[in-house]
Design a protein around this ligand. Structure first.
Ligand code: 4AD
Ligand code: MG
Length: 475
C-alpha cells in the first residue's frame, strides 16, 4: 500500500518499510532523488543503490513518475530527519527532459507558467497556492456549518440579472447565424431551450434570499460569471463567490459576520497550511526585493495576516471616504486618474489609498449613494444612500460587497421602476416581500480575491487553476 510522503515526513517513526509514489523533482549524483507526491510542500529524499540498473537510473529525470519500495531510515545528510533507502524502483511514466517545460535552468516566471497551467500544479508555488485554496474552501463550509447555516445550491443558469449590471453570458441553443424572429424582427426566445432568454448567473443572492425566508441562515458557494471586459489582475470572467444571507440581520450584524468570517478563514489557513504559507511568504519577500525601496510593502505576508486577525476593521461611510480622499495628497496633486466626487463610484486607486495609505488596515465602507448600487439594497432614511457595505482589503481593493436588503415592498418596487428593472420577471422575488417579509442582510465574498489575500499572490489568474479572462479560455 502507498504511504503519503506527508505521513512519513510528519511522523516520528524510523526503520519501517514503505511504498511511495510520486514525481521526481530532482536527481543528483545518480543517487539522491527528491520525490514529491503533492501531499505537502516537502520532498522526501530517496537514496538509491549505486548498483541500480542503468536502464532505470537513465529514466529518473525531472517530472518522471516512479514507485519506490524501501525502508524509512534516519537521514545521514543534513536538511531532513528521514529518507528512504530504496530497494526497488519502478518507472511509472518517463518524462522527456528536453521538452518538459518545467525543466528550465532559470526559475520559470509566473507569466510563463500561466501558459503552462496544465503543468504548473507541479511547482512549489502552485502546489502551495492550491493546497491553501482547498483549505479555504473547506473552512468556508466549516464556518457556516458550525454556526447552523444551510448550504443552498443556487442555479447557474438563470433568466434574471441579480446585479442589474447587464454583464451576462447568454445561454442559448438557438442557431446564432439564423435565429427565429418575432413578427417585429427581434429574436424569438420563446423558441429557445428554456422558452425565454437565459444567462449564466452573476450571483446566487436572489435565490439565497428565498431560502433565508425559511432557514433564517443560509449560504451559497458556487461559480459566477461576469462578461465585464476588465483585463485586470483582480477580475475573472468565471469566479467563485460565497454568499451568506441572514434573516433578521441588519447592516451592523452583517458587517460583524463578514469580519468574523474573514478572520476565521485566515486563522484556519494559518493553522492548517503553515508550511505552504511560510513558503509563499518567502516567495513574496523575494519578489518585493526586486522592487524599488519606496514601492515595497511594509509588512510581510505572515505579519499582514496576523495583523488582520488581531485588529478590527475600520468602518466609515462613503461620505467620510469621499471627504478623506478629497483632502488627500494624491487628490491635491491630481494623482488620481478617476474623479473623486460625491455620487461617483470609488475606483480601485481610491480604495487602495484608503486601505494602504490612510488607515493601513481593512476598511468597511457603508452607505453608498443609491445611484451606484444594486436595486435590492435598503434605502436609508436620508432617501439618498443605501445600506450597502463593501470591505476593502490591502493589496486587493474590494473583497466583499454586501448590504441590508430592501424588505419593504413599496420601496423596493419604487426603486426597481426607477432603475428599469422589470417587476413582472422578478415577481417570485417580490413574493418574499409579500409573504412574511423580514429585515435581512447578506454579502458576497469573492473567493479568488480571498485566496489572493491569504497567499500573497498578486494576479488573480494565479489562484484559480484554469482562469477565464477576456480572450482566454485555454484548457
Ligand atoms: O460586489 P458584488 O458584485 O456583489 C454581489 O454580487 C452581491 N450579490 C453579493 C451579495 O450581497 N450576496 O460581488 C461580490 C464580490 C466582490 O466584492 C469581489 O470580491 C467578487 O465578488 N467579484 C469578483 N471576483 C473576481 N472577478 C470578478 N469579475 C468579480 N466581480 C466581483
Ligand atoms: Mg461590489
Amino acid at each position: 500500500m502507498r504511504t503519503k510522503i506527508k505521513t512519513i515526513l510528519t511522523g516520528d517513526g524510523v526503520d519501517y518499510k514503505v511504498n511511495v509514489k510520486g514525481w521526481v523533482r530532482s536527481f543528483r549524483n545518480n543517487q539522491f532523488i527528491a520525490l514529491n507526491d503533492g501531499s505537502c510542500m516537502g520532498n522526501i529524499q530517496v537514496v538509491i543503490d549505486l548498483a541500480t540498473d542503468e536502464e532505470v537510473t537513465r529514466n529518473i529525470t525531472n517530472g518522471a513518475s516512479i514507485s519506490v519500495d524501501g525502508t524509512v531510515v534516519a537521514s545521514q545528510g543534513r536538511g531532513q530527519r528521514v529518507e528512504i533507502k530504496a530497494e526497488t524502483i519502478k518507472i511509472l511514466g518517463t518524462c522527456d527532459s528536453e521538452s518538459y517545460p518545467l525543466q528550465l535552468k532559470n526559475k520559470p516566471s509566473l507569466e510563463f507558467l500561466r501558459e503552462k497551467a496544465h503543468l504548473r500544479f507541479r511547482t512549489n508555488t502552485f502546489g502551495a497556492v492550491f493546497r491553501v485554496r482547498h483549505a479555504l474552501a473547506y473552512a468556508v463550509h466549516k464556518f457556516f456549518n458550525d454556526r447552523g447555516f444551510v448550504y443552498v445550491h443556487t442555479p447557474i443558469i438563470t433568466a434574471s440579472d441579480a446585479e442589474g449590471a447587464g454583464e451576462m453570458f447568454r445561454v442559448t441553443t438557438l442557431p446564432f447565424d439564423n435565429p427565429p424572429r418575432t413578427e417585429s424582427g427581434s429574436i424569438n426566445y420563446k423558441e429557445d431551450f428554456f422558452g425565454k432568454s437565459t444567462n449564466l448567473t452573476v450571483s446566487g443572492q436572489l435565490e439565497a434570499e428565498l431560502a433565508a425566508m425559511n432557514f433564517s441562515e443560509v449560504y451559497t458557494f458556487g461559480p459566477t460569471f461576469r462578461a465585464e471586459n476588465s483585463n485586470t489582475a483582480r477580475h475573472l470572467a468565471e469566479f467563485w463567490m460565497i454568499e451568506p444571507e441572514v434573516a433578521f440581520n441588519d447592516i451592523n450584524d452583517n458587517m460583524d459576520l463578514a469580519e468574523d468570517f474573514i478572520r476565521y478563514l485566515i486563522e484556519h489557513a494559518m493553522a492548517h497550511n503553515r508550511e505552504d504559507i511560510e513558503f509563499l511568504a518567502q516567495r513574496l519577500a523575494d519578489e518585493e526585493k526586486q522592487k524599488p525601496q519606496n514601492e515595497r510593502s511594509e509588512m510581510g505576508l505572515i505579519e499582514k495576516l496576523e495583523f488582520v486577525i488581531n485588529n478590527k476593521f475600520e468602518r466609515i461611510t462613503y461620505t467620510d471616504a469621499i471627504n478623506i480622499l478629497q483632502s488627500s495628497t494624491p487628490y491635491k496633486k491630481k494623482k488620481f486618474q478617476y474623479e473623486v466626487k460625491w455620487g461617483a463610484d470609488l475606483q480601485s486607486e481610491h480604495e487602495r489609498y484608503l486601505v494602504e495609505k490612510h488607515f493601513k488596515k481593512p476598511v468597511i465602507v457603508t452607505d453608498y449613494p443609491e445611484g451606484i448600487k444594486s436595486f435590492y439594497m435598503r434605502m436609508n432614511d436620508d432617501g439618498k444612500t443605501v445600506a450597502a457595505m463593501d470591505i476593502l482589503a490591502p493589496g486587493i481593493g474590494e473583497i466583499v460587497g454586501g448590504s441590508q436588503r430592501e424588505e419593504r415592498l413599496d420601496k423596493l418596487t419604487e426603486r426597481m421602476e426607477a432603475m428599469n428593472i422589470p417587476a413582472d420577471e422578478l415577481s417570485w422575488y417580490l413574493d418574499t416581500r409579500r409573504f412574511g417579509t423580514v429585515p435581512h442582510s447578506g454579502f458576497g465574498l469573492g473567493f479568488e480575491r480571498m485566496v489572493l489575500f491569504v497567499t500573497g499572490m498578486t494576479n488573480i489568474r494565479d489562484v484559480i487553476p484554469f482562469p477565464r479572462t477576456p480572450k482566454n479560455a485555454e484548457f
